[in-house]
Design a protein around this ligand. Structure first.
Ligand code: IMP
Length: 451
């Protein structure tokens, strides 16, 4: 029995789906605990490509209970179309459970997300326009519609009659957009409620029972550490808590049941949307990283936007180890670096304004923008790695690259992915039952800039 959290250790899109798919094989329950259909997960099984936005990829394993937890925001139309797509491909979706208290993304959230983005002037966040921020804002404002409301006509009617006129004031007066019709929304969403009613339940109780029964539970984070509302590169973040702590509040479990936290990083780094990205590469190198990501290029699964690409950033990596308490790392897409004669890793930052050296991520957003990467340069291995199935089969220079990442982050690399297929995976040490990471007494990454 082991309860494991998998989180993104960078800016999202780290290849978490590949890792959760691998771990889901032995999981009885897979839980998504935050975010919504802003996420995009791609898994390749037996030559078939599956793209997920809301439903955990664990649904591909028959009998695995898949949970959309209380901390999520759910666009029920997106959920219905994802369910339909899975059913069309003959997949059994009866093991899906949807939290009654998760919040619902409504049509006015979608309109407001787009309107707010379009009117931010030079301060765009680059959201996925899936209504995520406005849905979480209503949740915090305690005026949100929850999944349970879609099953209760009186509750839904009362909420919409009060909410829609309020939202229309914003849509019409601030953004000069057409108003929405509470009646139409009611009719449509009460029908949607009937379609998903069979999946709705108290998911926290299901997880607790699974804990009691000594089942294996996998908590699947979406987005990544630097997109965390509290700990990410605010304001260029999502509106939820993708970090490990978010798994407990978002799923409704206590931290004492968690056995292990696994961080997923690409062997380089990408970001979609706006915000600081010190190791970003703009010219040839950026384009080569973007185009090499096999078999699909570095393009967002949800929005189709090209991802910004750059070198691996160990400062970000160390931060992810700290914020999530990572026990080990899964490094994905190592094969993308196969044809680079020279590979760089950012080991620290230099403040362009003050000349100060930062080994840790600066906590102040304004300062993060000024960071210039300090690189160590590696000679590339220039050999294909996608056929390697063990650490020893990897070219020596690739092994050195991974060892260096592990050293810099003070965190063992347990899994390496060398391609999109399930079997293109190298397990260096058991990610679940491997040794617990022990923090060195005086960390090399101590906050040098504080002195
Ligand atoms: P939102 O989550 O749609 O509000 O977008 C906020 C920021 O998070 C934007 O920069 C998005 O590009 C980014 N983002 C949201 N979801 C993902 C994801 O699954 N992968 C990568 N970036 C994401």
């Amino acid at each position: 029995m082991a309860n494991v959290i998998v989180v993104g250790a960078q800016f999202g899109d780290e290849g978490k789906a590949k890792v959760t798919d691998l771990l889901a094989k032995n999981a009885d329950v897979v839980v998504r605990y935050q975010g919504g259909n802003n996420a995009g997960h791609t898994v390749v099984v037996d030559g078939e490509t599956y793209k997920f936005h809301l439903i955990p990829s664990g649904i591909l394993y028959k009998g695995t209970v898949c949970i959309l937890g209380p901390g999520m925001v759910i666009d029920p139309k997106a959920l219905i179309s994802e369910l339909a797509a899975l059913k069309d491909r003959g997949m059994d979706t009866s093991c899906l459970k949807v939290s009654a208290v998760a919040h619902v993304t409504m049509p006015y959230h979608l309109a407001l997300d787009a309107a707010e983005e379009d009117n931010r002037g030079g301060k765009k966040i680059g959201t996925t326009r899936r209504g995520i921020g406005p849905t979480y804002a209503d949740k915090c404002d305690r005026i949100g519609i929850r999944i349970e409301d879609l099953l209760d006509a009186d509750a839904l009617r009362a909420k919409l009659d009060w909410l829609v006129p309020k939202k229309n004031i914003m849509l019409e007066r601030i953004y000069n957009l057409p108003p929405q019709d509470a009646d139409e929304i009611f009719k449509e969403y009460i029908e949607i409620g009937k379609k998903i009613a069979g999946y709705v339940c108290d998911t926290s109780a299901i997880i607790f029972q699974a804990v009691r029964d000594r089942k294996n539970i996998l908590f699947e984070g979406a987005q990544g550490t630097l997109l965390d509302l509290d700990h990410g590169s605010y304001p260029y973040v999502t509106s939820s808590s993708p970090t490990a702590g978010g798994a407990c509040t978002g799923a409704g479990v206590g931290p004492t049941i968690i056995d292990r936290v696994i961080g997923v990083s690409k062997a380089y780094q990408t970001r979609v949307g706006e915000g600081p990205f010190p190791t970003e590469q703009f010219a040839e190198i950026g384009e080569k990283l973007r185009q090499t990501g096999t078999p699909w290029a570095e393009v967002g699964v949800t929005t189709g936007r090209p991802r910004r690409c750059g070198w691996f950033d160990a400062v970000v990596g160390r931060y992810a180890v700290r914020i999530n308490g990572l026990d080990c790392l899964a490094v994905t897409k190592l094969d993308v670096l196969d044809e680079f004669e020279e590979i760089k890793i950012c080991v620290a930052y230099k403040d362009l304004k003050t000349g100060e050296i930062y080994n840790d991520l600066p906590s102040m957003a304004g300062v993060f923008w000024r960071m210039e990467p300090i690189y160590e340069t590696f000679t590339g291995w220039m050999k294909p790695t996608s056929g390697c199935r063990s650490y020893s089969e990897l070219p020596e220079r690739a092994r050195r690259y991974l060892d260096f990442i592990s050293e810099l982050l003070e965190c063992p690399v347990a899994i390496v992915s060398v391609g999109p297929k399930r079997d293109q995976t190298i397990v260096i040490e058991d990610p679940i039952h491997g040794p617990k990471r022990v923090l060195s007494h005086s960390s090399a990454s101590s906050a040098a800039h504080l002195s």
